[in-house]
Design a binder for this molecule. Structure first.
Ligand code: UDP
Length: 486
Protein backbone atom coordinates (compact mmCIF):
# COMPACT_ATOMS: atom_id res chain seq x y z
CA UNK A 1 0.00 0.00 0.00
CA UNK A 2 1.35 3.40 -0.93
CA UNK A 3 1.48 6.26 1.55
CA UNK A 4 -1.30 8.83 1.79
CA UNK A 5 0.90 11.52 0.29
CA UNK A 6 0.85 9.86 -3.07
CA UNK A 7 -1.60 12.05 -4.99
CA UNK A 8 -2.80 9.03 -6.96
CA UNK A 9 -4.00 7.55 -3.70
CA UNK A 10 -5.42 10.68 -2.17
CA UNK A 11 -7.92 11.21 -4.92
CA UNK A 12 -10.95 13.46 -4.43
CA UNK A 13 -13.95 13.44 -6.74
CA UNK A 14 -15.72 16.80 -6.89
CA UNK A 15 -19.22 17.06 -8.27
CA UNK A 16 -20.47 20.66 -8.47
CA UNK A 17 -24.03 21.67 -9.26
CA UNK A 18 -23.98 23.52 -12.56
CA UNK A 19 -24.44 27.14 -11.55
CA UNK A 20 -21.60 29.66 -11.15
CA UNK A 21 -22.41 30.16 -7.46
CA UNK A 22 -21.84 26.42 -6.90
CA UNK A 23 -19.15 25.62 -9.48
CA UNK A 24 -16.81 28.47 -8.58
CA UNK A 25 -16.39 27.60 -4.90
CA UNK A 26 -16.08 23.91 -5.85
CA UNK A 27 -13.31 24.71 -8.33
CA UNK A 28 -11.64 26.79 -5.60
CA UNK A 29 -11.84 23.72 -3.35
CA UNK A 30 -10.17 21.71 -6.12
CA UNK A 31 -7.32 24.22 -6.13
CA UNK A 32 -7.00 24.12 -2.34
CA UNK A 33 -6.82 20.32 -2.36
CA UNK A 34 -4.26 20.29 -5.17
CA UNK A 35 -2.15 22.85 -3.30
CA UNK A 36 -2.06 20.33 -0.46
CA UNK A 37 -0.86 17.54 -2.70
CA UNK A 38 -4.12 15.69 -3.37
CA UNK A 39 -5.30 14.76 -6.84
CA UNK A 40 -8.74 15.92 -7.86
CA UNK A 41 -11.19 14.92 -10.54
CA UNK A 42 -13.84 17.57 -11.11
CA UNK A 43 -16.68 16.41 -13.28
CA UNK A 44 -18.96 18.74 -15.16
CA UNK A 45 -20.39 19.31 -18.64
CA UNK A 46 -18.47 20.65 -21.68
CA UNK A 47 -19.65 24.28 -21.54
CA UNK A 48 -19.03 24.48 -17.81
CA UNK A 49 -15.64 22.86 -18.15
CA UNK A 50 -14.72 25.55 -20.69
CA UNK A 51 -15.60 28.20 -18.11
CA UNK A 52 -13.57 26.59 -15.35
CA UNK A 53 -10.56 25.60 -17.44
CA UNK A 54 -8.73 28.98 -17.46
CA UNK A 55 -8.51 29.06 -13.65
CA UNK A 56 -7.94 25.34 -13.09
CA UNK A 57 -5.34 24.86 -15.78
CA UNK A 58 -2.75 26.66 -13.63
CA UNK A 59 -2.90 23.73 -11.22
CA UNK A 60 -2.53 20.99 -13.75
CA UNK A 61 -1.63 18.05 -13.51
CA UNK A 62 -3.10 17.33 -10.08
CA UNK A 63 -6.53 18.54 -11.17
CA UNK A 64 -8.29 16.66 -13.88
CA UNK A 65 -11.24 18.56 -15.27
CA UNK A 66 -13.52 16.03 -16.94
CA UNK A 67 -16.27 17.13 -19.34
CA UNK A 68 -19.09 14.63 -19.74
CA UNK A 69 -22.04 15.13 -22.07
CA UNK A 70 -25.15 16.67 -20.57
CA UNK A 71 -28.16 14.77 -21.86
CA UNK A 72 -31.47 16.07 -20.56
CA UNK A 73 -34.54 14.00 -21.47
CA UNK A 74 -35.86 15.02 -24.92
CA UNK A 75 -39.11 16.27 -23.34
CA UNK A 76 -37.32 18.31 -20.64
CA UNK A 77 -38.05 21.57 -22.41
CA UNK A 78 -34.48 22.77 -21.83
CA UNK A 79 -33.04 24.61 -24.81
CA UNK A 80 -29.92 23.25 -26.51
CA UNK A 81 -26.73 24.29 -24.82
CA UNK A 82 -28.44 25.07 -21.53
CA UNK A 83 -25.88 23.48 -19.24
CA UNK A 84 -25.82 25.98 -16.42
CA UNK A 85 -28.39 27.60 -14.18
CA UNK A 86 -27.42 31.03 -15.49
CA UNK A 87 -28.44 29.91 -18.99
CA UNK A 88 -32.02 29.02 -17.97
CA UNK A 89 -34.54 31.07 -19.95
CA UNK A 90 -36.92 31.32 -16.96
CA UNK A 91 -37.76 29.96 -13.53
CA UNK A 92 -40.21 27.54 -15.16
CA UNK A 93 -37.22 25.52 -16.35
CA UNK A 94 -35.76 25.02 -12.88
CA UNK A 95 -37.30 21.59 -12.04
CA UNK A 96 -36.29 20.17 -15.44
CA UNK A 97 -32.75 21.43 -14.98
CA UNK A 98 -32.40 19.89 -11.53
CA UNK A 99 -33.69 16.57 -12.87
CA UNK A 100 -31.45 16.71 -15.92
CA UNK A 101 -28.35 16.73 -13.71
CA UNK A 102 -29.09 13.05 -13.04
CA UNK A 103 -28.06 12.32 -16.61
CA UNK A 104 -24.48 12.76 -15.42
CA UNK A 105 -24.61 9.77 -13.07
CA UNK A 106 -24.13 6.95 -15.61
CA UNK A 107 -21.33 8.65 -17.60
CA UNK A 108 -19.58 9.57 -14.33
CA UNK A 109 -19.63 5.94 -13.18
CA UNK A 110 -18.38 4.80 -16.59
CA UNK A 111 -15.55 7.31 -16.46
CA UNK A 112 -14.48 6.27 -12.99
CA UNK A 113 -14.67 2.54 -13.73
CA UNK A 114 -12.27 2.76 -16.67
CA UNK A 115 -9.34 0.35 -16.25
CA UNK A 116 -6.25 1.85 -14.66
CA UNK A 117 -8.07 4.85 -13.25
CA UNK A 118 -7.41 5.66 -9.59
CA UNK A 119 -10.59 5.22 -7.53
CA UNK A 120 -11.95 8.25 -5.69
CA UNK A 121 -11.14 8.11 -1.99
CA UNK A 122 -13.61 10.86 -1.13
CA UNK A 123 -16.60 12.33 -2.95
CA UNK A 124 -17.48 15.96 -2.33
CA UNK A 125 -20.82 16.54 -3.97
CA UNK A 126 -23.15 19.49 -4.10
CA UNK A 127 -26.25 19.11 -1.95
CA UNK A 128 -28.33 19.60 -5.12
CA UNK A 129 -26.94 16.33 -6.54
CA UNK A 130 -28.38 13.63 -4.27
CA UNK A 131 -27.58 10.95 -6.89
CA UNK A 132 -23.90 11.29 -5.96
CA UNK A 133 -24.71 8.73 -3.27
CA UNK A 134 -24.50 5.96 -5.87
CA UNK A 135 -20.95 6.90 -6.74
CA UNK A 136 -19.68 7.04 -3.17
CA UNK A 137 -21.38 3.72 -2.46
CA UNK A 138 -19.76 1.97 -5.41
CA UNK A 139 -16.27 3.13 -4.51
CA UNK A 140 -16.82 2.78 -0.75
CA UNK A 141 -15.60 6.34 -0.36
CA UNK A 142 -16.82 8.81 2.25
CA UNK A 143 -19.30 11.28 0.80
CA UNK A 144 -19.18 14.87 1.97
CA UNK A 145 -21.91 17.28 1.10
CA UNK A 146 -21.33 20.87 0.03
CA UNK A 147 -24.32 23.19 0.46
CA UNK A 148 -22.59 26.29 -0.84
CA UNK A 149 -24.31 28.35 1.89
CA UNK A 150 -23.22 29.97 5.11
CA UNK A 151 -23.26 27.73 8.17
CA UNK A 152 -25.91 30.08 9.57
CA UNK A 153 -28.33 29.50 6.68
CA UNK A 154 -27.57 25.78 6.49
CA UNK A 155 -28.31 25.46 10.20
CA UNK A 156 -31.54 27.45 9.86
CA UNK A 157 -32.80 25.14 7.11
CA UNK A 158 -31.62 22.04 8.94
CA UNK A 159 -33.52 23.02 12.07
CA UNK A 160 -36.63 24.09 10.20
CA UNK A 161 -36.83 20.70 8.51
CA UNK A 162 -35.64 18.51 11.40
CA UNK A 163 -38.11 20.06 13.83
CA UNK A 164 -40.98 19.79 11.39
CA UNK A 165 -41.40 23.56 11.38
CA UNK A 166 -41.19 23.75 7.60
CA UNK A 167 -43.89 21.12 7.16
CA UNK A 168 -46.21 23.20 9.37
CA UNK A 169 -45.64 26.37 7.39
CA UNK A 170 -48.90 27.44 5.81
CA UNK A 171 -49.54 29.28 2.57
CA UNK A 172 -49.77 32.74 4.07
CA UNK A 173 -46.78 34.49 2.52
CA UNK A 174 -46.43 36.99 5.36
CA UNK A 175 -46.58 34.33 8.06
CA UNK A 176 -43.64 34.90 10.40
CA UNK A 177 -41.63 31.89 11.50
CA UNK A 178 -39.16 31.68 14.35
CA UNK A 179 -36.36 29.31 13.33
CA UNK A 180 -36.11 26.69 16.09
CA UNK A 181 -32.89 25.76 17.87
CA UNK A 182 -30.86 28.84 16.97
CA UNK A 183 -28.45 30.46 19.45
CA UNK A 184 -30.49 33.69 19.12
CA UNK A 185 -33.89 34.59 17.75
CA UNK A 186 -34.14 34.37 13.96
CA UNK A 187 -37.45 35.39 12.44
CA UNK A 188 -38.29 35.08 8.77
CA UNK A 189 -41.44 35.10 6.66
CA UNK A 190 -42.79 32.08 4.84
CA UNK A 191 -42.23 33.83 1.55
CA UNK A 192 -38.63 34.78 2.31
CA UNK A 193 -37.76 31.13 2.90
CA UNK A 194 -38.37 30.51 -0.81
CA UNK A 195 -39.68 26.97 -0.47
CA UNK A 196 -43.08 27.55 -2.04
CA UNK A 197 -42.35 25.96 -5.43
CA UNK A 198 -44.11 22.62 -4.92
CA UNK A 199 -42.62 21.26 -8.16
CA UNK A 200 -39.35 20.98 -6.24
CA UNK A 201 -40.83 19.11 -3.25
CA UNK A 202 -39.61 15.65 -4.32
CA UNK A 203 -36.15 16.94 -4.98
CA UNK A 204 -36.06 18.63 -1.56
CA UNK A 205 -36.89 15.30 0.08
CA UNK A 206 -34.13 13.52 -1.88
CA UNK A 207 -31.66 16.25 -1.00
CA UNK A 208 -32.58 16.09 2.67
CA UNK A 209 -32.21 12.31 2.77
CA UNK A 210 -28.89 12.39 0.93
CA UNK A 211 -27.68 15.11 3.30
CA UNK A 212 -28.73 13.12 6.35
CA UNK A 213 -26.85 10.06 5.10
CA UNK A 214 -23.68 11.96 4.16
CA UNK A 215 -20.50 11.30 6.12
CA UNK A 216 -19.76 14.95 6.66
CA UNK A 217 -20.19 18.50 5.49
CA UNK A 218 -17.77 20.91 3.85
CA UNK A 219 -18.57 24.58 4.42
CA UNK A 220 -17.23 27.62 2.60
CA UNK A 221 -16.84 29.85 5.62
CA UNK A 222 -14.41 30.28 8.50
CA UNK A 223 -14.72 29.56 12.17
CA UNK A 224 -14.01 33.09 13.38
CA UNK A 225 -17.04 34.27 11.38
CA UNK A 226 -19.54 31.57 12.32
CA UNK A 227 -18.28 29.50 15.26
CA UNK A 228 -21.55 30.06 17.13
CA UNK A 229 -23.51 28.30 14.40
CA UNK A 230 -20.84 25.71 13.67
CA UNK A 231 -21.03 24.29 17.19
CA UNK A 232 -24.82 24.10 17.09
CA UNK A 233 -24.80 22.62 13.58
CA UNK A 234 -22.33 19.90 14.57
CA UNK A 235 -24.49 19.02 17.54
CA UNK A 236 -27.72 19.10 15.54
CA UNK A 237 -26.42 16.85 12.75
CA UNK A 238 -23.93 14.72 14.69
CA UNK A 239 -21.64 15.06 11.67
CA UNK A 240 -18.11 16.08 10.97
CA UNK A 241 -18.16 19.60 9.58
CA UNK A 242 -15.10 21.14 7.94
CA UNK A 243 -15.02 24.90 7.48
CA UNK A 244 -12.31 25.52 4.92
CA UNK A 245 -13.06 28.96 3.53
CA UNK A 246 -13.17 31.58 2.30
CA UNK A 247 -12.24 29.42 -0.67
CA UNK A 248 -12.15 32.36 -3.11
CA UNK A 249 -8.90 33.38 -1.41
CA UNK A 250 -7.28 30.42 -3.18
CA UNK A 251 -7.16 32.65 -6.30
CA UNK A 252 -3.82 34.24 -5.58
CA UNK A 253 -2.62 34.46 -9.14
CA UNK A 254 -3.96 37.71 -10.76
CA UNK A 255 -4.79 35.94 -14.01
CA UNK A 256 -6.87 33.46 -11.98
CA UNK A 257 -9.00 36.21 -10.51
CA UNK A 258 -9.43 37.83 -13.92
CA UNK A 259 -10.68 34.64 -15.54
CA UNK A 260 -12.65 33.24 -12.63
CA UNK A 261 -15.96 31.90 -13.91
CA UNK A 262 -15.89 33.46 -17.34
CA UNK A 263 -13.73 35.23 -19.82
CA UNK A 264 -13.92 38.97 -19.30
CA UNK A 265 -14.81 40.86 -22.48
CA UNK A 266 -12.88 43.96 -23.54
CA UNK A 267 -15.24 46.22 -21.64
CA UNK A 268 -14.93 44.13 -18.51
CA UNK A 269 -11.17 43.99 -18.76
CA UNK A 270 -11.19 47.75 -18.45
CA UNK A 271 -12.81 47.48 -15.00
CA UNK A 272 -9.51 47.45 -13.20
CA UNK A 273 -8.06 50.28 -15.31
CA UNK A 274 -11.12 52.36 -14.53
CA UNK A 275 -10.82 51.56 -10.82
CA UNK A 276 -7.11 52.47 -10.90
CA UNK A 277 -8.12 56.03 -11.76
CA UNK A 278 -10.58 56.44 -8.87
CA UNK A 279 -9.84 57.62 -5.32
CA UNK A 280 -9.41 54.93 -2.64
CA UNK A 281 -12.71 53.69 -1.17
CA UNK A 282 -14.70 56.01 -3.46
CA UNK A 283 -16.53 53.46 -5.65
CA UNK A 284 -19.79 51.64 -4.96
CA UNK A 285 -19.68 48.20 -6.59
CA UNK A 286 -23.15 46.91 -7.53
CA UNK A 287 -23.80 43.31 -8.53
CA UNK A 288 -26.64 40.84 -8.14
CA UNK A 289 -24.53 37.75 -8.72
CA UNK A 290 -24.36 35.42 -11.68
CA UNK A 291 -28.08 35.24 -12.39
CA UNK A 292 -29.87 37.97 -10.46
CA UNK A 293 -31.73 40.57 -12.49
CA UNK A 294 -33.92 43.45 -11.44
CA UNK A 295 -37.25 44.31 -13.03
CA UNK A 296 -37.11 47.27 -15.46
CA UNK A 297 -38.83 49.67 -12.99
CA UNK A 298 -36.43 48.57 -10.24
CA UNK A 299 -33.45 49.05 -12.52
CA UNK A 300 -34.66 52.57 -13.27
CA UNK A 301 -34.96 53.42 -9.55
CA UNK A 302 -31.50 52.08 -8.81
CA UNK A 303 -30.02 54.07 -11.71
CA UNK A 304 -31.62 57.25 -10.37
CA UNK A 305 -30.32 56.60 -6.86
CA UNK A 306 -26.79 55.89 -8.06
CA UNK A 307 -26.81 59.06 -10.15
CA UNK A 308 -28.16 61.24 -7.37
CA UNK A 309 -25.76 59.78 -4.79
CA UNK A 310 -23.03 61.80 -6.48
CA UNK A 311 -20.61 58.92 -5.94
CA UNK A 312 -18.57 56.78 -8.29
CA UNK A 313 -20.11 53.42 -9.10
CA UNK A 314 -19.50 50.26 -11.07
CA UNK A 315 -22.65 48.31 -11.87
CA UNK A 316 -22.62 44.79 -13.33
CA UNK A 317 -25.83 43.84 -15.12
CA UNK A 318 -26.97 40.40 -16.28
CA UNK A 319 -29.63 39.48 -18.79
CA UNK A 320 -28.91 41.49 -21.92
CA UNK A 321 -29.03 45.12 -22.77
CA UNK A 322 -32.51 45.52 -24.20
CA UNK A 323 -35.34 47.32 -22.56
CA UNK A 324 -34.09 46.57 -19.07
CA UNK A 325 -35.10 49.88 -17.54
CA UNK A 326 -31.67 51.48 -17.84
CA UNK A 327 -31.77 55.20 -18.65
CA UNK A 328 -30.75 56.02 -22.23
CA UNK A 329 -27.61 57.86 -21.12
CA UNK A 330 -26.40 54.71 -19.31
CA UNK A 331 -26.81 52.76 -22.54
CA UNK A 332 -25.19 55.38 -24.75
CA UNK A 333 -22.37 56.17 -22.39
CA UNK A 334 -21.72 53.23 -20.04
CA UNK A 335 -18.32 54.57 -19.00
CA UNK A 336 -17.85 58.09 -17.67
CA UNK A 337 -15.80 59.71 -14.92
CA UNK A 338 -18.33 58.62 -12.34
CA UNK A 339 -19.83 55.41 -13.65
CA UNK A 340 -18.96 52.16 -15.30
CA UNK A 341 -21.81 49.91 -16.41
CA UNK A 342 -20.73 46.36 -17.27
CA UNK A 343 -23.00 43.99 -19.18
CA UNK A 344 -22.03 40.37 -18.75
CA UNK A 345 -19.36 38.74 -16.67
CA UNK A 346 -17.13 40.81 -14.43
CA UNK A 347 -14.00 39.72 -12.57
CA UNK A 348 -15.72 40.21 -9.22
CA UNK A 349 -13.06 38.92 -6.86
CA UNK A 350 -10.47 41.18 -8.51
CA UNK A 351 -12.85 44.17 -8.43
CA UNK A 352 -13.80 43.74 -4.79
CA UNK A 353 -10.22 43.53 -3.68
CA UNK A 354 -9.31 46.74 -5.51
CA UNK A 355 -8.58 49.60 -3.11
CA UNK A 356 -10.94 51.98 -4.94
CA UNK A 357 -14.01 49.98 -3.90
CA UNK A 358 -15.60 51.41 -0.77
CA UNK A 359 -18.98 49.67 -0.63
CA UNK A 360 -20.78 46.71 -2.16
CA UNK A 361 -24.45 46.56 -3.12
CA UNK A 362 -25.07 42.80 -3.13
CA UNK A 363 -27.94 40.37 -3.55
CA UNK A 364 -26.43 38.45 -0.62
CA UNK A 365 -25.59 35.29 -2.53
CA UNK A 366 -23.27 33.51 -0.15
CA UNK A 367 -20.20 33.66 -2.38
CA UNK A 368 -20.60 37.37 -3.00
CA UNK A 369 -21.24 38.00 0.67
CA UNK A 370 -18.12 36.14 1.69
CA UNK A 371 -16.09 37.82 -1.05
CA UNK A 372 -17.33 41.16 0.37
CA UNK A 373 -16.20 40.03 3.82
CA UNK A 374 -12.76 39.08 2.45
CA UNK A 375 -12.43 42.47 0.79
CA UNK A 376 -13.29 44.18 4.08
CA UNK A 377 -15.97 46.40 2.53
CA UNK A 378 -19.31 47.28 4.09
CA UNK A 379 -22.37 46.10 2.17
CA UNK A 380 -25.86 47.15 1.17
CA UNK A 381 -27.97 44.00 1.49
CA UNK A 382 -30.47 43.57 -1.34
CA UNK A 383 -31.68 39.95 -1.19
CA UNK A 384 -33.56 38.56 -4.19
CA UNK A 385 -34.07 34.79 -3.83
CA UNK A 386 -32.90 31.48 -2.30
CA UNK A 387 -31.41 31.78 1.21
CA UNK A 388 -30.40 35.38 0.66
CA UNK A 389 -32.78 36.82 3.27
CA UNK A 390 -30.97 34.72 5.87
CA UNK A 391 -27.59 35.98 4.65
CA UNK A 392 -28.92 39.50 4.95
CA UNK A 393 -29.65 38.86 8.65
CA UNK A 394 -26.13 37.54 9.16
CA UNK A 395 -24.52 40.55 7.47
CA UNK A 396 -26.72 43.25 9.00
CA UNK A 397 -27.78 41.98 12.43
CA UNK A 398 -25.04 39.57 13.47
CA UNK A 399 -21.82 40.74 11.81
CA UNK A 400 -23.02 44.35 11.60
CA UNK A 401 -21.08 45.09 8.44
CA UNK A 402 -24.05 45.92 6.25
CA UNK A 403 -27.28 47.89 5.99
CA UNK A 404 -30.60 46.83 4.55
CA UNK A 405 -31.92 48.47 1.44
CA UNK A 406 -35.31 47.36 2.76
CA UNK A 407 -36.53 44.53 0.52
CA UNK A 408 -39.31 42.61 2.22
CA UNK A 409 -40.42 40.25 -0.53
CA UNK A 410 -38.23 38.06 -2.74
CA UNK A 411 -38.43 39.04 -6.38
CA UNK A 412 -36.75 35.91 -7.74
CA UNK A 413 -33.62 35.80 -9.86
CA UNK A 414 -35.33 36.58 -13.15
CA UNK A 415 -36.51 40.05 -12.15
CA UNK A 416 -40.22 39.33 -12.16
CA UNK A 417 -40.47 42.07 -9.58
CA UNK A 418 -42.83 42.28 -6.62
CA UNK A 419 -42.83 45.87 -5.51
CA UNK A 420 -40.02 48.30 -6.10
CA UNK A 421 -37.52 49.72 -3.63
CA UNK A 422 -37.82 53.45 -4.10
CA UNK A 423 -35.04 55.87 -4.90
CA UNK A 424 -35.05 57.45 -1.40
CA UNK A 425 -34.56 54.11 0.35
CA UNK A 426 -31.69 53.23 -1.98
CA UNK A 427 -30.06 56.65 -1.52
CA UNK A 428 -30.29 56.29 2.26
CA UNK A 429 -28.64 52.84 2.17
CA UNK A 430 -25.86 54.05 -0.14
CA UNK A 431 -25.19 57.03 2.07
CA UNK A 432 -25.10 54.90 5.22
CA UNK A 433 -22.66 52.45 3.71
CA UNK A 434 -20.34 54.99 2.08
CA UNK A 435 -20.43 57.51 4.91
CA UNK A 436 -22.96 56.94 7.66
CA UNK A 437 -21.26 59.14 10.31
CA UNK A 438 -19.98 57.49 13.48
CA UNK A 439 -21.86 54.25 12.91
CA UNK A 440 -20.52 54.18 9.35
CA UNK A 441 -16.95 54.45 10.62
CA UNK A 442 -17.53 51.60 13.07
CA UNK A 443 -19.15 49.48 10.36
CA UNK A 444 -16.21 50.04 8.06
CA UNK A 445 -13.82 49.16 10.86
CA UNK A 446 -15.65 45.92 11.63
CA UNK A 447 -15.65 45.04 7.93
CA UNK A 448 -11.89 45.61 7.71
CA UNK A 449 -11.29 43.45 10.77
CA UNK A 450 -13.35 40.61 9.34
CA UNK A 451 -11.38 40.84 6.10
CA UNK A 452 -8.15 40.44 8.05
CA UNK A 453 -9.58 37.47 9.96
CA UNK A 454 -10.62 35.85 6.69
CA UNK A 455 -7.13 36.12 5.27
CA UNK A 456 -5.58 34.76 8.47
CA UNK A 457 -7.98 31.80 8.46
CA UNK A 458 -6.59 30.48 5.17
CA UNK A 459 -2.91 31.17 5.91
CA UNK A 460 -0.68 28.34 7.12
CA UNK A 461 -1.77 27.60 10.69
CA UNK A 462 -5.09 29.48 10.34
CA UNK A 463 -8.38 27.81 11.26
CA UNK A 464 -9.41 26.91 7.70
CA UNK A 465 -5.91 25.73 6.83
CA UNK A 466 -5.94 23.44 9.86
CA UNK A 467 -9.43 22.20 8.99
CA UNK A 468 -8.24 21.33 5.49
CA UNK A 469 -5.40 19.31 7.06
CA UNK A 470 -7.98 17.53 9.22
CA UNK A 471 -10.15 16.80 6.21
CA UNK A 472 -7.21 15.31 4.32
CA UNK A 473 -6.25 13.27 7.40
CA UNK A 474 -9.80 12.01 7.69
CA UNK A 475 -9.77 10.78 4.10
CA UNK A 476 -6.30 9.24 4.46
CA UNK A 477 -7.39 7.33 7.56
CA UNK A 478 -10.52 6.11 5.85
CA UNK A 479 -8.41 4.97 2.91
CA UNK A 480 -6.24 2.76 5.11
CA UNK A 481 -9.29 1.21 6.70
CA UNK A 482 -10.64 0.36 3.24
CA UNK A 483 -7.38 -1.01 1.92
CA UNK A 484 -7.00 -3.22 4.98
CA UNK A 485 -10.47 -4.51 4.38
CA UNK A 486 -11.46 -3.72 7.94
N1 UDP B 1 -19.41 36.36 -10.27
C1 UDP B 1 -18.39 36.92 -11.00
N2 UDP B 1 -18.72 37.80 -12.00
C2 UDP B 1 -19.99 38.15 -12.27
C3 UDP B 1 -21.02 37.60 -11.48
C4 UDP B 1 -20.70 36.71 -10.49
O1 UDP B 1 -17.20 36.63 -10.79
O2 UDP B 1 -20.19 38.97 -13.16
C5 UDP B 1 -19.08 35.35 -9.24
C6 UDP B 1 -19.04 35.94 -7.84
O3 UDP B 1 -17.75 36.42 -7.56
C7 UDP B 1 -19.43 34.73 -7.00
C8 UDP B 1 -20.35 33.93 -7.90
O4 UDP B 1 -20.08 34.37 -9.22
O5 UDP B 1 -18.29 33.97 -6.71
C9 UDP B 1 -21.82 34.18 -7.61
O6 UDP B 1 -22.19 33.47 -6.49
P1 UDP B 1 -23.19 34.04 -5.40
O7 UDP B 1 -23.36 32.97 -4.38
O8 UDP B 1 -22.74 35.33 -4.90
O9 UDP B 1 -24.53 34.32 -6.17
P2 UDP B 1 -25.39 33.51 -7.24
O10 UDP B 1 -24.85 33.88 -8.56
O11 UDP B 1 -25.24 32.05 -6.94
O12 UDP B 1 -26.77 34.03 -7.02
Amino acid sequence: MKGPNNPEDLHFLLLPFMAPGHMLPMSDIAVLLALRGASVTLITTPLNAARLRPTLSHHHPLISLVALPFLPAPDSGLPDGCESFDALPSRDHEPAFFRATESLLAPTLRHLRAPGRAPPRCVIADAFLPWAREIAREFRAPRLVFHGCACFATLCFHNLIANGALARVGHEREQRIIVPGMPHEVEITQEQLQVDDTRLDDLRVEMWEAGEMADGVVVNSFEELEHEYLDVYREATGKDVWMIGPVSLSNKNPSNTMDRGGKASTNELRCLDWLDQREPKSVIYVSFGSIGRLSPPQTAELARALESSGRNFMWVIKGGNNDNGLPEEFKEEPITERRMVVHGWAPQVAILSHGAVGGFVTHCGWNSTLEGVCAGVPMVAWPLFAEQFLNEKLVVDVLRVGVRVGVERPSGWAGEGVGVVGVEAIERALEEVMDGGKEGVLRRMRARELGEMARKAVEVGGSSYVNMTRLIDYVSEHMYVNDDGT
